[in-house]
Design a protein around this ligand. Structure first.
Ligand code: URA
Length: 429
């Protein structure tokens, strides 16, 4: 086989065979494919597109380019993936809640991307939490606790690692086929039996329209099912942030509040919706009730604390998280510039305000400040008088705090009427 014989058909609008794609993925992983060839391949897929079969073949080839975990456990091995949103810390609540319901969750997570936060960055706000245990330790924690949230090992889906970096610099990130293969190759390498996808749509998501989110959700579901992983997708609204807090330590606080039964709201509701869909597809009935009980009884919180301890975190997280999490030195109210009802939020701008505070990266090499962000962000429909706080900015210094105040005021629109939208817009099986 020769790289040109895989790339040339794409140029002519034809699909490479499954064998050709498997060979190409292996070559991406072992370095026999050059950066130029990988870039030409990515552009070819971007322009010509792949059909359902070739997309599934590329996904499986990229999954098989490195280690694929298999499990011998006494209950289903399940997971969730979100396409990324603002204040989206569902994984921190859902993984331990699922574990408390008796299933296993080996969750391979990522870092922040663009304006969206990353689960690994959030977990690293917990003092001592090690996101990269060795493979044996990861397996042991999943078996003992029921869940472990960690980073991909260096040999999981290495073809994606290589291709993703090349897509990033060749304007080929925005291909439905490449996004599907990239997301799913990593998830499927974790040896899952079932997966639920949270495909976000709206101002705070990468997919701004429901039509685009539907198309991505359908492609992801079809591809994952073709690869043998029973998968459901919920298209969910990102018209406003999910959790009241945005930022790394601040989102750990939001997640712990839901885990310990001190808060409910959108984060709680969507956790139940996603978990119920996942458990239902695995043949476990009354999943919603079981998850709600896991949260109200404190069993899910215990699982989270146990996982955290096993990964090097503090022994007294549940008793003392407010004292343990890093705190920003400056906290300032953001006053509403006018009276009215909160009628729209630019979630991407709110996410970027957190990035500019230092809570995310502008360059890949940036070090994230775990303590900064926005707390107690108002919800759509909230009635405000002029000067009422719409949130608090947590900042490292006065300059960044003042810039964030301006950015938040510009991102929140106040008008006459609230716009209500359901959280779950569509379910795709
Ligand atoms: N996340 C991924 O892992 N890959 C993509 O291509 C897009 C989002």
């Amino acid at each position: 086989m020769d790289a040109r014989s895989v790339i040339a058909p794409l140029r002519l609008g034809r699909e490479p065979s499954a064998e050709a794609l498997a060979w190409f993925a292996q070559g991406l992983a072992d370095g026999t494919i050059s950066d130029a060839q990988a870039g030409a391949f990515a552009m070819g897929v971007c322009i010509s597109g792949l059909g359902d079969e070739a997309r599934a073949a590329l996904t499986m080839a990229m999954r098989d380019s490195g280690d694929v975990l298999d499990w011998d456990l006494d209950a289903p091995v399940l997971d969730k993936h979100s396409t990324g949103g603002v204040g989206d810390c569902v994984s921190l609540v859902l993984a331990p809640a699922l574990a408390a319901c008796g299933v296993y969750v080996p969750m391979i997570s990522g870092r922040g991307l663009g304006h969206t936060g990353g689960t690994l960055d959030k977990l690293e706000a917990i003092p001592g939490y090690n996101i990269s245990p060795d493979a044996d330790r990861f397996r042991q924690i999943v078996a003992d606790v029921g869940c472990a949230i960690v980073s991909a090992s260096s040999n999981m889906a290495p073809a994606d690692k290589r291709l993703y970096a090349i897509r990033d610099v060749t304007a080929t990130v925005e291909s439905l086929d490449l996004i599907c293969a990239s997301i799913l190759s990593k998830k499927l390498a974790a040896g899952l039996e079932g997966l639920v996808l949270d495909v976000k749509c709206g101002a705070g998501a990468f997919m701004k329209t429901q039509a685009d989110a539907h198309e991505l959700a359908k492609a992801l579901v079809d591809t994952a099912n073709a690869a043998g992983c029973k998968t459901t997708a919920l298209v969910t609204s990102m018209a406003q942030p999910l959790a009241p807090n945005l930022g790394n330590a601040l989102e750990i606080d939001s997640a712990l509040q839901v885990l310990t039964g001190q808060a409910k709201g959108a984060l709680y509701e969507i956790t139940l919706d996603l978990g119920d869909a996942l458990l239902g597809a695995a043949g476990i009935i009354e999943g919603r009730e079981a998850l709600a009980h896991a949260l109200s009884s404190g069993v899910a919180a215990e699982r989270f604390a146990h996982m955290t301890r096993e990964l090097g975190g503090p022994v007294d997280l549940l008793e003392n998280w407010q004292g343990l999490l890093p705190k920003a030195p400056i906290v300032r109210d953001v006053p509403a510039p006018e009276a009215g009802v909160v009628c729209a939020m630019d979630g991407e701008a709110l996410g970027m305000a957190v990035v500019h505070l230092g809570g995310g990266r502008q360059l890949a090499t940036d070090v994230v400040d775990p303590s900064v962000g926005l707390a107690n962000v108002v919800r759509l429909g909230t009635k405000l008088s002029s000067g009422d706080p719409v949130c608090q900015v947590h900042a490292a210094d006065e300059g960044t705090a003042q810039a964030a105040i301006k950015a938040v005021q510009a991102a929140i629109s106040v008008g006459a009427a609230p716009c209500a939208e359901p959280l779950v817009l569509e379910t795709i099986t």
